[in-house]
Structures are given as C-alpha cells and as structure tokens.
Design a protein around this ligand. Structure first.
Ligand SMILES: [Zn+2]
Ligand SMILES: [Zn+2]
Length: 473
C-alpha cells in the first residue's frame, strides 16, 4: 500500500511539475532557470489572480501536510530544504550570482552594482525590502511580518587586492578582489531567500535578511544598526567561508569566537639635531624604542595568560636621513582581545605606556586609535543558546560529521556589533578543496572557493531561520 501510494504520487508529482513549468513559461517571463515552477509551486498553481486549478488544489493539500510535518522539525523537512537548494538549476543560478559579483568587486560603501543585483533578485522573488541602509545596504523581509523576528546577515564588500587566480570569472577590476568570500556570502543569502520564499507559508514569524556594506573597513554593521537593521530582531546569525575546513563543514563554538581588534598610531615628538651632536637633540627614536619594548610587557606581565591578548608594533618610522636625529617618530600597530574588558584595558595601557615612556626621555607623545574612522571592532562572542541552535541545525541538516567545534581566532569581524546588541551566532562554512586548489587563506590574492558550498550555505541559512521561528514563535 505504502509503495503503491508513493509510486502514484510520484507519477502525479512529475506530471504536475511538467505542466507547472510550461504554465509558468507562458504566464510570465522566466528571469533565470531557478525561477521555475518547482521553486515557486505557489505561484505556479495558486496564482494571485485566483486561477486555481484541480492540480493546484491537490498541490495545496500536499503542502498542507508538509506544513503539519514541519510544526516539529523532521528529517523530511531537512530533505525538503536540501532538495530545493541542490536542484541543478538552483546551483547554477547561485554560481551565476556569485560569479557576477566576483567579476565586479566593489570596496566598502561602494557596493552599488552588488546591491542592485541583490535587489533585482529580490524583486523577481517578490521579496519586499528596505533600501538603502548604510548607503548600499538592504533589509529584506520574508514571513508573516509579525514576531518573532530572526535575522541572517551577509557582507557585500571586496578588498583592495589584485586577484592572482587565473580563471574564467576572474575580477575585471584591477586592484580589487573578493578575497574574503563575501561574494559567496551574498549568493548564499540570496539562495536562502529563495528557499524561505518557497516555504513562506510555513514560517512562524519573520526572517530579516541583511545585506551589509563595508565589513572589511568602515564598520558597515554599526552603520546598518544606526539605520534600523536590528529593529524588532531578537536573534541574528551569519556565516563566513573558511579554507580551514573541507567544503560544507560547519564550524563554530560557544562564547568568544573572534577577537576584538583595534589599531594605534603614535607620534613621539622631540627635537631634531645632527646625529654627531646628540646632546643638541631631544631624541624621539630612543623614546619610541623604549615604548616598543615596554609595550611587550602589557600582555606578558599584566594580562591573565588564560585570556589571550595581542599587542603588535608593526610600524616604526623616523624618516630616512642617516645623519640626523629626527624631531618625530611615528610608531603604530594593532591589539586584540577576546573580551570587551580586556580590549579596552589594552587600549588604555597602550596610550599610557607610549606617553609615559616619551616623558622619561623628555619627549611628548600623542596616540590615535582611529575611533572616528571606525577601525575598532569589539570581540565576536557567540551566545550559548544560538550556538546550540546552529549546531543542531547543521547536524540535522548535513549529518553529525559535518559539524566541528573550532578554536577561537585572533581575526576580527564587524558582526561583533550585532552580537553586542542581540543574542547571535557566527559560524564558518568550509570551502577547502585541494583538488580545485581552494586552500588559500582569506585576503590572499590566490584565495578561491569551492562553489559547491553555495547550496549548502543557502540551505543552512534558511533552516537556521525557519527552525528558530518554529521554536520561538
Ligand atoms: Zn576579510
Ligand atoms: Zn570576510
């Protein structure tokens, strides 16, 4: 009975799909292969003009039972999401989006064409959105329009790096490249939009999709929040591609995941004199050198060894006259920590050490932390419950072996601004594939990704949101 029933429904389903596809083809233009009737069964069978057919009603009944099944998440629900994500036309469409963005990389707050492409895709899907936030950002909405509200975020900006990978869709803009995978992040989130739109009737609240500018520079996340990105949002999630894990592996951890990051630039001033007459000078080279040595003591002597921190001096500039003691020396560097308390303690001590060491050598010093230029990123800290949610979704969707607990990293992310405001989880999704050569770290001119990650990322995003709403609605 069971076998005969499933055979009967399979035949009906294939028949409906064939009929449905051709119906859509005549009813409206198909902007891309992925907009076929399979991805939008609602539009195919129960269109807005009310032209419902017998097959539409049968389909609706079938969806009704699926809806009931996904009141509580089941294997069948995971399979339904993956089926949409892994359809050949979906995969090709996702690759197409990613490649278009990859060919036309745009730097922070200049993501004009990238933003336009996203809005065009959202328009085609009939997903409503708010634009602009933070100059080029988008806040799209799928679901009931009511609470709970859960957000998914993708960053859109590229890096000022010349691509060294020779391939068909290499960057067409000299000196600019998507070397951090943000092109893939955008494609995966558009993919999630597509999946969620097909399942909108199942959503128990509202999914907010944030397409954000300027992650690499300019604190785009902060600007998005100032423009209302997190209005009503009670939880937020984001993914970052990672060359450290094989394609499709999800990695995350509870608590601190990425460090807070700041930069400093100090000008130590003294008095210029010929190097042969050092007693006529007030030597800023000596003062700044003493500061560099003393800065090393902050982490090694003042910080708890179990609370990882970094202070690195990366610049020391006293000019290029070998016969002259300069009147100023510029030194600079970066500092990292995994808690806000440690981070701001470092900032305070860096300033004290440089200023006080200058005075020991009769010099003066001023330290700039570029707060106005938005280069300070707080630590990214995962909420324990949100981390558990990502873990559960990844394991149920992709299998036990596809999830890893990862170590914290000293890199930084402006997702931290969201995570300071609402419970959140940030996770990695592997793109490592030795056969393809996708083994290079982000920000390398040789960086590339295994595009097989795109449907997996889209499905993971969509499921994180849908299940969150089921469990908190
Ligand atoms: Zn980056
Ligand atoms: Zn990045």
């Amino acid at each position: 009975m069971k076998i005969r029933n499933s055979f009967f429904f399979s035949v009906i389903l294939i028949f409906l799909i064939v009929i449905g596809d051709s119906a859509v083809a005549f009813a409206e233009p198909i902007p891309s292969a992925a907009y076929d009737g399979v991805l939008f069964p609602d539009r195919r069978c129960c269109n807005r003009e009310g032209k419902e057919t017998v097959s539409a009603c049968k389909n609706a009944t079938r969806r009704g039972s699926a809806a009931a099944e996904c009141e509580v998440w089941s294997e069948a629900c995971s399979e339904a999401v993956l089926k949409v994500a892994r359809r050949e036309e979906t995969v090709e469409w996702l690759k197409g989006i990613r490649r278009k963005i990859h060919e036309n990389p745009e730097l922070a707050f200049e993501e004009i064409e990238t933003s336009r492409l996203i809005r065009e895709e959202l328009d085609l899907m009939e997903v409503s959105y708010q634009y602009p936030l933070a100059k080029t950002g988008i806040r799209a909405t799928i679901g009931t329009g009511g609470p709970p509200f859960v957000a998914l975020r993708a960053d859109m900006d590229a890096l000022p790096i010349q691509e060294a990978v020779e391939w068909e869709y290499k960057s067409k803009v000299a000196g600019k490249m998507h070397a951090c995978g943000h092109d893939a992040h955008v494609a995966m989130l558009i993919g999630a939009a597509k999946i969620l739109k097909t399942r909108e009737h199942l959503l128990k609240g509202t999914v907010i999709l944030l397409f954000q500018p300027a992650e690499e520079a300019g604190n785009g996340a902060k600007r998005m929040m100032q423009d209302g990105a997190l209005k009503d949002v009670e939880a937020i999630f984001a993914a970052h591609v990672s060359h450290e894990h094989p394609t499709g592996i999800i990695g995350s951890r509870p608590g601190p995941l990425l460090a807070g990051c700041g930069f400093f630039r100090a000008v130590t001033s003294g008095k210029k004199a010929l190097a042969g007459n050092p007693h006529h000078s007030v030597d800023p080279v000596l003062a700044a050198s003493a500061a560099v040595i003393s800065l090393q003591g902050i982490v090694s002597r003042e910080s708890n060894p179990l609370d990882s921190q970094v202070v690195s001096v990366t610049r020391f500039d006293g000019g290029n006259n070998l016969d002259m003691i300069p009147d100023t020396v510029v030194l600079g560097g970066t500092f990292r920590a995994f808690s806000n308390t440690s981070f701001y303690q470092l900032l305070e001590r860096i300033e004290q050490v440089i200023v006080e060491q200058a005075s020991v050598y009769r010099c003066s010093a001023e330290v700039d932390f570029f707060e106005k230029e938005y280069t300070i990123y707080p630590p990214t800290v995962n909420d324990d419950r949100m981390y558990e949610h990502v873990k559960k979704v990844a394991i149920d969707l992709l299998g036990e072996k596809k999830f890893r607990v990862v170590q914290p990293m000293m890199g930084a992310e402006d997702f931290s601004f969201y995570s300071e405001a609402v419970p959140s989880a940030f996770f990695y999704i592997g793109v490592r594939n030795e056969t393809l050569g996708s083994t290079h770290t982000g920000h390398s001119p040789y960086f590339m990704i295994d595009e097989d990650v795109l449907p997996i990322g889209a499905a993971t995003h969509a499921t994180i949101a849908e299940r969150y709403l089921i469990e908190h609605g």
